[in-house]
Write a new protein. Sequence first.
Length: 125
Amino acid sequence: RSDFTATVNLDGIGGPSAGLMLSLGMVDKLTPADLLGGRRIAGTGTIDGDGNVGPIGGIDKKMIAAQDAGAELFVAPYDNCSEVVAAQPEGLQVVPVRTLDETVTVLTKWQANTPLSGCPRTGDE
């Protein structure tokens, strides 16, 4: 165990839908693993104290903004899959997640170029 001081600057955090990405950033900084490897990701989702990712509104616009900003991968709440399927921009890989731990696993697999599953289409669940 080591003692350290952490300062978290929440300026510019846009609300509860940034919870997953804020939490992921903290995991990236507080663990030895480099979750991004210099690559660009984006995502959204609320998060609770147990690490469960919850749905958000406006995911169609968030995916477009992520792609416009150069994101290669977008992590989305699993409960938003119907909206993702209806509005996923061509060329943007979107992976649904249910928990923070699952998101870390997705990024580890992505770094290893392991194929990832997208949102199920209606009738595929």
